[in-house]
Ligand binder design. Structure first.
Ligand SMILES: O=C(O)CCC(=O)C(=O)O
Length: 429
């Protein structure tokens, strides 16, 4: 506190005003629920409207930060049985402290080994006072909670190196980078080399006797099933996270008009009938299953109806990089698909912070943002009509339809095919 009595008086006035405001806000909220929410919304909008080049912008930001804190404290107070103490005035001229969200941001970015300088420039660009940001970054290193996080990180790093060494061993096989195309491996070889060996393979002759190969086409879908409803994904182009947000893109449409849309629409990623459609569980689509002949080795025919899906869409659909939770087969009936595959042992380099998804676009990776991906080896294979991709456990894949495409996927292995994962759910990192 300053030793100057004139400043005390000013401080006392600011404190009295903050206290009064706090009490008035609480009373207003009591009489009119939602009042503070509306004031917060208004303040946030006002703040957004202030141009970046405004003189003294950091000061203006600090005023808004303080206003929001007073509003939120007044609101939080309503949940408590007693009126909490009103916010106390700071010394005149003091900057708003670095918020908890920013402190968490500093901790996470230090754990990712971002340099203090790069963090400082991000924080100052966001309007935070440089001296405060610098002090907060420096203090983090000795924060006990951060030191605990560093210890846990050592344990995680050990696991990462174990996994990286196993990957190095896998990748040292002379033909690791080539996805094999095989005619008819025996069941024993298939199970040992590909299922337990966790090696992707394309089977080239599974579909020799499939009626689907002669019958299935967009026109045939329309003729036989055009009157039925299906669930598609739509409006994907407007959403960079369309796969993670797939529930928001669900639409029920009639298959006939959807076939017309695909045939007339040309290459696009905007709409796609994906495995999420449960069409094969509905009796109307049962004839499609009659078109499936001999199955690959180690499949349980009796489970086919429960554990299969068909996919239909234009050229240009992209299923972004993700891994499935089980093993599956994916047979191309019409058109080609390009599969880009990454070993599960490379997971620590894929920024898998949310669910089973990686934010990296394998076709066009942003290495400035995702530098670790530069060390990843991607396997690349085009699956032709009649061919079947076997996707071993937890292999990452990004899939591009090169033509109008109709495919059939199935996970009815007669071996254990049920695995659990502890998926992270961090979306705002
Ligand atoms: O074909 C696609 O677009 C994606 C296929 C896929 O991700 C899968 O079958 O798991």
């Amino acid at each position: 506190m300053s030793a100057d009595p004139a400043e005390w008086t000013q401080n006392a006035q600011v404190g009295a005003m903050a206290y009064l405001l706090h009490s008035l806000l609480q009373e207003a909220e009591r009489r009119n629920r939602g009042f503070i929410d509306k004031v917060i919304e208004g303040a946030v909008d006002d703040h957004k409207g202030i141009p970046a080049g405004t003189p003294n912008k950091p000061f203006v930001d600090a005023v808004f930060a303080e206003t929001l804190q007073i509003l939120r404290r007044s609101q939080a107070g309503l949940e408590l049985p007693e009126l909490p103490p009103a916010p106390r005035p700071r010394e005149l001229g003091a900057q708003a402290p670095v918020s908890d969200d920013w402190l968490q941001w500093i901790a996470e970015n230090r754990l990712r080994e971002c340099t203090p300088d790069s963090m400082l420039s991000t924080m100052t660009a966001a309007g935070i006072d440089a001296a405060q940001a610098k002090a907060a970054i420096a203090r983090m290193e000795s924060d006990p909670a951060f030191r605990a996080a560093r210890r846990m990180q050592k344990v995680e790093r050990k696991l990462e190196t174990v996994v990286a060494n196993l990957q190095k061993l896998w990748a040292s096989a002379p033909r690791y980078g080539v996805v094999e195309k095989r005619k008819s491996p025996s069941r024993d070889e298939f199970v040992e080399r590909y299922v337990r060996g966790c090696r992707p393979v394309v089977l080239t002759d599974v579909t020799k006797d499939w009626g689907a190969m002669k019958r299935w086409s967009p026109e045939d879908l329309k003729r036989r099933f055009g009157h039925l409803d299906v669930e598609i994904q739509d409006g994907r182009n407007a959403d960079p996270n369309y796969e993670e947000n797939k529930l928001e893109h669900r639409r029920i449409v009639q298959l006939g008009p959807f076939v017309d849309r695909v045939l007339a629409g040309g290459p696009t990623n905007d709409y796609y009938l994906t495995a999420n459609n449960e069409a094969l569980r509905s009796p109307g689509f049962a004839p499609l299953l009659d078109d499936i002949g001999r199955l690959p080795p180690a499949c349980d025919r009796s489970q086919l109806g429960h554990r299969s899906s068909f996919w239909f869409g234009p050229a240009g659909t992209t299923t972004p990089l993700h891994h499935d939770t089980l093993m599956l087969f994916h047979t191309q009936v019409v058109g080609r698909k390009r599969w880009r595959l990454v070993s599960p042992l490379e997971t620590p380099k894929l920024y898998n912070y949310n669910g089973v998804f990686s934010p990296v676009d394998v076709e066009n990776p942003d290495l400035a943002r995702y530098p670790l991906f530069g060390e990843v080896q991607v396997l690349d294979v085009v699956v032709e009509p009649g061919e079947t991709m076997f996707l071993p456990l937890a292999w990452w894949h990004q899939v591009l339809s090169m033509d109008i495409s109709l495919s059939f996927s199935y996970s009815n292995l007669d071996l254990p095919n049920d695995f659990s994962y502890q998926n992270p759910d961090i979306r705002n990192w």
